[in-house]
Design a protein around this ligand. Structure first.
Ligand SMILES: [Zn+2]
Length: 76
């Protein structure tokens, strides 16, 4: 069996699922689930990070999070 991992539809679906979820959880843009601030959020998309990871840059917080943090999707 030869499997090309990039052909696996799960990857596409995972991205679509995350984008779908982000649009509903954060209709006005990402909000930090730790401190509740929407002011200083940066996206950490890149080779070293999985897509959908964000960094809160509030001095008292500085937590990293994804859209599933604090939702039923994380606890399942
Ligand atoms: Zn925060």
């Amino acid at each position: 069996m030869t499997a090309n991992i990039l052909d696996n539809p799960i990857f596409t679906d995972e991205t679509k699922a995350r984008e779908w979820l982000e649009a509903r959880v954060w209709p006005k843009g990402p909000v930090c689930p730790h401190c509740g601030s929407p002011e200083k959020i940066t996206s950490l998309q890149g080779k070293a990070h999985r897509h959908g990871l964000y960094q809160c840059n509030e001095p008292e917080c500085r937590e990293q999070f994804t859209v599933t943090v604090g939702t039923v999707f994380e606890r399942s």
